[in-house]
Design a protein around this ligand. Structure first.
Ligand code: SUG
Length: 419
């Protein structure tokens, strides 16, 4: 077998809730205090994985994390009963579902030692995400334990914020060929934080042993962050030789496009002008937070949120695009509304790894039958609804813990993941 794209989706955890924790993420702020539906959320995520399997794609899975994160609370000198509400909410967050923020991945074809490198993201900018990395790293070390094929790195040290693959793109002639890796960082975001620090991006590129001639560091535009694009993957997505981007995504797009064309002459840049789709509509629809994938027959498809289909100006533009002669020929809308209400679209929910599946621990790969088993556990254990005041309820906490233990046991990962 050879290297291919595998998407690892973060299964939406039983504590999924709307606590309004992410400054600069407009959906998270808009839905703060709303009642969440963890069971429906996880089933939506599973349906998305099924839909991608049916497109002929290879699918992987990351498990939700143990919540509440007692180790983090203990390090803060408290526990779930005594913690102040904002700390309690951070300790209960199911935010690891957004696997695009789990790590940055450089496929073997790009690295000097011929291994696929992964650096777990430190996520230091947002308190509720800053404690994700130890449990993420534990899963990466199991899934990618084959040291001949993979190198898994510790997080970049604070204060250099690193949000993983959400700020990283790779362009190449085909997945197995050497590519150009693009690290997008922020410098300022107007009223909102820039979460990806250039020093973190540069460190990841060095650790991954990338060729400097095939690496670009590109600044995200302040107006994009200020409009709610807290990660680059909200305004741009790449796959093989295609870059699909909003015209206002980058600070100096002319220079970026010229550098990219010089490094990869075959690149095709599909730029959506603001006159066709405003930055604000792009962010509301999450048109760019799509999985841009190559299907087995060679055409490319965009796996988009149904929100994009529901906005006539967005859908009209997309239908015109796929009817043309461009490389993107298919639109595949998926309903991930529970995640979208926290600012996480189809692309946020997955980490792309280009590798040979034979080298990956099979417990992290899924087919329809395995998803049936997981869905049955979700239906039996995941809470139906969580209101913000429920987060202190000891019965809810016990249920969340039981859900996780049942899932981990079912996937035969208890021995590895339970300390
Ligand atoms: O980090 N939302 C996530 C969404 C991450 C989306 N990921 C990508 N774009 N790749 C975030 O802002 C909201 C949690 C809350 O408010 O309860 C949250 O963390």
């Amino acid at each position: 077998m050879t290297a291919r794209e595998i998407n690892f989706d973060g299964l939406i955890g039983p504590s999924h809730n709307y606590a309004g924790l992410s400054l600069g993420n407009l959906a998270s702020a808009r839905n703060a205090g709303a009642v969440s539906h963890p069971r429906a959320a996880a089933l939506q995520g599973i349906e998305k994985m099924r839909s991608n399997l049916r497109l002929g794609l290879t699918q992987g899975l990351f498990l939700p994390q143990w919540r509440p994160d007692g180790a983090w609370l203990a390090a803060l000198g408290t526990d779930i009963g005594d913690a102040e509400p904002h700390i309690r909410a951070a300790a209960m967050s199911a935010s690891s579902m957004w696997a695009a923020n789990a790590a940055t991945v450089s496929p073997a074809a790009d690295t000097a030692d011929g291994r696929t490198h992964l650096t777990v993201a430190n996520l230091v900018t947002m308190p509720h995400r800053s404690h994700e990395w130890p449990q993420t790293l534990a899963q990466l070390r199991i899934a990618f334990s084959d040291r001949n094929a993979f190198a898994v790195h510790d997080p970049i040290p604070a204060p250099f914020g690193d949000e993983g693959a959400a700020n990283h793109m790779r362009l190449c002639d085909h997945h197995g060929a050497a590519g150009v890796e693009i690290f997008v960082y922020g410098q300022s975001g107007g009223p909102f934080p820039a979460r990806q620090h250039v020093e973190a991006s540069k460190a990841v590129a060095r650790l991954h042993q990338l060729d400097p001639d095939r690496t670009l560091f590109v600044m995200q535009s302040e107006e994009a962050i200020a409009a709610g694009a807290f990660h680059n993957d909200v305004v741009a997505v790449a796959n093989e030789r295609v870059l699909f981007t909003h015209e206002q995504a980058f600070t100096d797009k002319e220079r970026f496009y010229a550098d990219l064309r010089a490094k990869l002459p075959s690149v095709e840049i599909i730029e959506v002008p603001a006159s066709a789709i405003s930055l604000s509509d792009a962010i509301r629809s999450y048109i760019f937070n799509a999985q841009l994938v190559t299907l087995p027959d060679g055409i490319m498809a965009l796996v988009l949120p149904t929100e994009a289909r529901d906005m006539p100006n967005i859908w009209g533009w997309l239908e015109q695009m796929v009817a043309g002669n461009g490389p993107i020929r298919k639109l595949a809308p998926v309903d991930v509304r529970q995640s979208m209400a926290n600012g996480g679209g189809p692309a946020c929910l997955r980490l792309r790894v280009v590798a040979d599946p034979a080298h990956i621990d099979p417990r992290f790969l899924v087919d329809e039958a395995k998803l049936d088993g997981i869905a049955a556990i979700v239906r039996d254990y995941w809470p139906e609804a969580i209101a913000p005041d429920d987060l202190a309820d000891t019965r809810l906490i016990a249920r969340i813990e039981q859900s996780w233990l049942t899932l981990v046991d079912h996937l035969q990962l208890s021995g590895d993941l339970i300390p």
